[in-house]
Ligand binder design. Structure first.
Ligand code: C2E
Ligand code: MG
Ligand code: MG
Ligand code: MG
Length: 279
């Protein structure tokens, strides 16, 4: 059949592949320029204590790209490319610095917010940079923030290679009072062999489990199991992606301590956060 279609099908395929490659390269070039020009913006999503009267405890910093022609681009569309090209290191370091400056600013402006924390996402490449800890120390010194105001979110996939080095590094992070959260828990490859060795503070239950917690018995069981595991490991639990009050109630019944999701708030701009949560 391939023969019958002749050479043209290959040509079409080539054109398609070529277009894909050009699109990719354009995005990559755009991304480099965006980093130079700092065309990024951070949105903040509230994290709530859901067992004690839905009290705001902090925000997750979520980056967006303000593209000159495409408008706001989601991290899901550019973080993977930033990772493949190594640009993620500069981007994450910018996000870390910006989010810390913002939190420090809020604490000065609104004394009520003195105990609020900010969570920042990292990827595997970030923690392998020789200046990773030095950058953190510089930002802490510049902003005057205590490490306890900061949580770093890592994923299970970051822990795959060289677990001992990673544990060493995370231990050094923790010695600055910075907390560690394991993001998207349950979606990656995690080994029960080492999870108890990680100097982590929180497990974040992935949105995909919270999503169907009401409808799918299996998801309910998975969440229940993750919470039981967290209790065993003495980690606090944060449920991601809570969208309905039914989901919230189920999570409370399971004794899940913290939650985040559209039910409380979408990720918001600095101005919106100020209006809704600080004034
Ligand atoms: P994540 O760290 O798991 O962040 C949670 C994602 O779930 C965010 O998507 C958030 O907007 C979304 N979300 C929260 N609550 C709900 C909900 O109730 N319903 C639904 N449908 N979604 C909800 P976002 O902002 O698009 O970020 C996607 C991912 O991109 C993040 O997943 C994180 O892995 C990555 N990312 C975002 N910012 C950064 C960053 O500064 N550095 C790095 N390395 N990755 C980042
Ligand atoms: Mg996260
Ligand atoms: Mg997450
Ligand atoms: Mg997630």
């Amino acid at each position: 059949k391939a023969k019958a279609q002749g050479r043209n099908s290959y040509k079409i395929f080539d054109v398609e592949m070529h277009n894909q490659a050009v699109k990719r390269m354009t995005l990559e070039t755009d991304l480099r320029h965006a980093l130079d020009r700092q065309d990024f913006i951070i949105y903040y999503q509230p994290i709530m204590d859901i067992l004690n009267g839905d009290r705001l405890v902090g925000f997750e910093a979520l980056v967006r790209w303000q593209h000159p022609t495409r408008g706001i681009v989601s991290p899901m569309d550019f973080v993977p490319i930033a990772e493949e090209t190594g640009l993620i290191v500069a981007l994450d370091s910018w996000v870390f610095n910006e989010a810390c400056k913002q939190l420090a600013q809020w604490k000065i402006e609104f004394p009520d917010t003195s105990s609020l924390k900010v969570s920042i996402n990292l990827t595997a490449q970030d923690i392998r940079q020789p200046n990773f800890l030095a950058n953190i120390d510089r930002t802490l010194a510049e902003t005057g923030l205590d490490g306890k105001s900061i949580t770093l979110e890592i994923t299970e996939s970051m822990l795959l290679d060289d677990i001992d080095t990673t544990i060493d590094l995370l231990t050094q992070v923790k010695s600055r009072n910075i907390q560690i959260s394991i993001d998207d828990f349950g979606t990656g490859y995690s080994s029960l062999n080492y999870i108890h060795r990680l100097p982590a503070d929180y497990l974040k239950i992935d949105r995909s489990f919270v999503n169907q917690i009401q409808e799918a018995k299996r998801n309910h069981q998975i969440v229940q199991t993750i919470i039981a595991l967290s209790n065993q490991l003495e980690l606090a639990v944060i449920a991601e992606g809570i969208e309905t009050s039914e989901q919230l109630q189920i999570l409370r019944d399971l004794d899940c301590e913290f939650g985040q999701g559209y039910l409380f708030s979408k990720p918001l701009s600095v101005q919106e956060i100020k209006e809704k949560f600080m004034l």
